[in-house]
Design a protein around this ligand. Sequence first.
Ligand code: SAM
Ligand code: SF4
Length: 334
Amino acid sequence: MIIVDPHPRDTAPGSADAELGDARTINYLRISVTDRCNLRCRYCMPEDQTFLDRDRLLSFEEIAQVASVLVERGVRKIRITGGEPLLRRDLALLVGMLKALPNPPEVALTTNAMLLDRHAAALRDAGLDRLNVSLDTLNAERFERLARRPGLPAVMRGLDAAERAGFAGTKLNTVVMGGFNDDELGDMLAFSNERGFEQRFIEFMPMTSNSYGLDATRVPLSEIRARIEQHGELAPRQRGTGPADTFTLSSTGQRVGIIAAISLPFCETCNRVRLTSEGVLRSCLFDGGEVSIREMVRSGDLRDGLIESLEWLRRVKPPVHDGVGHVQMNRVGG
Ligand code: SAM
Ligand code: SF4
């Protein structure tokens, strides 16, 4: 077992860190199934990328084994992400395996939707509960500038296919970037309202490895709110256990979420762990502890080591992150 603990904490019984660790519940697992992507969003990865060799990736069977133990230990929701998860061939098979676990968790998918038109029906048939689609602009030229690839029409086809397949409650995730798309919040709200999506605005997260050639700035929470409030009042619905604060926009009655991991870290109530595509279990998107469990899975002797790792990660999860990630989003599964 390979353990990395960048900020060793005092987890002795009675210490503040130990109390926080004891109070935490881990019930949400995010699984990155690949680091590859068919886009190259400038806030996520550079143009030239070396991706993992395919034999480094956990197989669907291996992922399902890990998920099975974690579900048994209290995980109730699983999100499949990446890289672009729909690049993994027959992803619906993995969804089916997760939904076939005893006491099946909710299974959701985060995708750029470029390939969704081909896969939406199979994913729905396999039992996928929900979709989050990342879409930062409704302008095709901006899309291409950000993603370094054209793609807006494909995303729109993907959204249509998701609707036809019967997905409800789809969320549109928009990272707000000053000088890039911060003039489009009203258009995004109107689009989401018309299509019945829940619009979520996400504060741009500085990572040491991002903003490759994108001359954009972080728009803080207060400014994001002010921009939304140009289109109606925001009535609070809930401060979730997750990162999103959700509101009702008075002018339309639509639900709007804001995720502001930098202005308003949700670390204290964070309930998640992340499994990377090569089998590293992480406590945090930023620099928390991590444990490589790949060898455990591959040796066939997973259960006890995984339970021990989960317990350790629960305890070392940072009380608050340091605000800058030192990894690439596509590698840890944003
Ligand atoms: N490829 C899929 C997609 O784009 O939806 C899933 C993986 S992607 C890494 C997951 C999410 O991370 C996307 O919604 C993307 O916008 C977000 N993301 C990536 N880099 C980010 C950053 N620096 N700040 C905020 N969000 C970021
Ligand atoms: Fe790909 Fe998603 Fe990263 Fe964009 S944000 S490059 S779609 S993994």
